[in-house]
Write a protein that binds this ligand. Structure first.
Ligand code: AMP
Ligand code: GLY
Length: 417
């Protein structure tokens, strides 16, 4: 079977690795891929969707898996489907759950799904008057995709107003910020919930937890994610039932009513406030780095993905390993502020029950180079979360590149209970 994977991060690498490890006779292709996906398949030298369609037809690609939101927001699923090519992911219209925070918040309101109190606006005076009504801190979000950077938590009203102004004028995020969401700050803990969907039915994956801040103890600036673990025991049976009944089912039914049937991965970013799940955001693809800890736990990833594209998830079961996984992101020196110089990655040893998922790497004269923000993820597996953590950090200590930085406390929410 021939599979094309769209994206270039550790997320896409981890999907590829899991497919390779669980499926025979697989040929993988990546667009654009990275310096390490070259070891798992072939990197194509185009990201142009029409060129990818032609390539898929000419080379008889059986399935395309979309890793990254950018391709989805550009309508890659619509274009592939129009050409009778099988593809895993939501259409452009359904991807609005992620690509427009205004669409998402209005959708949540319409279908009575719990979320932070909010106003959506393109007008500074309206923004100012809503800001006066909220208690501090106040959350300001750009409507469109901003690679995880479009959310500001303002500690004063002055800051909330000035950030709103910068977004609305286009100064901070260009067109993506010309409409904004202003919302109340929710205090609790976050969980990442993933459901593989086929329009009607869904399969819930183990609940994961991301670590978005750069520094230990959830300090410092927001990042794309510095580490994750799964399954999280913070999601007990009662909470999981609420998530299914009050969020996932109404979302799939609502999307059908809106004529935007949802296929692919529904990723729900939740804030749990006094045991009640509130939706912070929807994403319409796997989380990164959550994917890197979910993939190694799933024994039948291809079966799930194919069943989603063929609308037959109700006939399929999730086959899981009885293990825990922790992923620690190793980032470059200046991440997330600015680029860092390239440097060679030296790997001394990869201990048993651990592996690397590669992200910002390039292959130059046969040398693997750190060349990006988040460079790679050290994944540890074990029968307990503690075992998994030890493995992940053992691997971290065996990897060297100039300026490597990583958090030392991935999983701390789980360990502090
Ligand atoms: P989002 O992209 O909307 O998930 O926001 C990015 C991060 O900002 C979330 O993972 C939270 O850590 C934080 N955040 C967003 N909205 C809120 C909120 N209403 N209350 C508290 N924290 C929030
Ligand atoms: N881990 C958060 C994200 O992928 O958006």
């Amino acid at each position: 079977m021939k599979i094309l994977i769209l994206g270039s991060g550790a997320r896409e690498y981890s999907i590829a690795l899991a497919l390779k490890q669980t499926t025979k006779n697989l040929d993988l292709y990546f667009s654009p891929g990275n310096g390490a996906t070259q070891n798992l398949g072939i990197n194509l030298d185009t990201k142009d969707i029409n060129e990818l369609v032609n390539y898929a037809k000419e080379n008889k690609i059986d399935l395309c898996i979309v890793g990254s939101e950018d391709f989805l927001a550009k309508g890659v699923v619509d274009i592939f489907k129009k050409n009778n090519l099988a593809i895993f992911g939501p259409t452009k219209a359904a991807a609005m759950l992620e690509s427009s925070k205004i669409f998402m918040k209005n959708f949540l309101n319409k279908y009575n799904i719990k979320t932070a109190k909010f106003l959506t606006t393109g007008n500074l005076d309206e923004a100012k008057s809503f800001i006066q009504k909220l208690t501090l801190p106040i959350v300001i979000k750009a409507d469109g995709l901003c690679a995880g950077k479009g959310v500001i938590i303002a500690l004063t009203r002055e800051e909330a107003i000035s950030e709103s102004k910068k977004m609305l004028s286009g100064e901070s995020f260009g067109d993506a910020g010309k409409s904004i969401v202003i919302e109340e700050f929710l205090e609790g803990y976050e969980l990442s919930v993933f459901a593989i969907c086929d329009g009607n039915d869904f399969i819930l994956l183990p609940v994961a937890q991301d670590h978005k801040k750069l520094l230990d103890g959830d300090k410092g600036p927001n990042t794309g994610g510095m580490g994750a673990y799964a399954p999280s025991h913070l999601a007990n049976e009662e909470l999981l039932n609420k998530i299914k009944k009050d969020i996932i089912i109404p979302t799939l039914e609502g999307m059908k009513k809106e004529n935007k049937e949802f296929y692919g991965v529904l990723f729900i970013g939740l804030m749990i406030v006094k045991n009640e799940p509130y939706v912070l955001e929807f994403n319409v693809r796997f989380g990164d780095p959550e994917c890197e800890v979910l993939m190694p736990l799933i024994k039948n990833p291809l079966e799930l993905i194919l069943a989603s594209t063929q609308k037959r998830l109700k006939d399929v079961r999730l086959d899981l390993k009885d293990e825990f996984a922790i992923g620690v992101v190793c980032a470059s020196k200046n991440y997330p502020y600015k680029n860092s110089e390239k440097s060679e990655i030296i790997i001394k040893n990869i201990p048993k029950n651990s592996h690397i998922s590669y992200a910002g790497v390039s292959l130059e004269n046969d040398k693997l180079m750190a060349n990006g923000g988040r460079i790679l993820v050290c994944v540890g597996l074990g029968k307990s979360l503690n075992d998994a953590k030890q493995k992940a950090y053992e691997l971290c200590d065996n990897i060297h590149f100039e300026g490597k930085q990583f958090r030392k406390d991935i999983g701390f929410w789980a360990f502090k209970q």
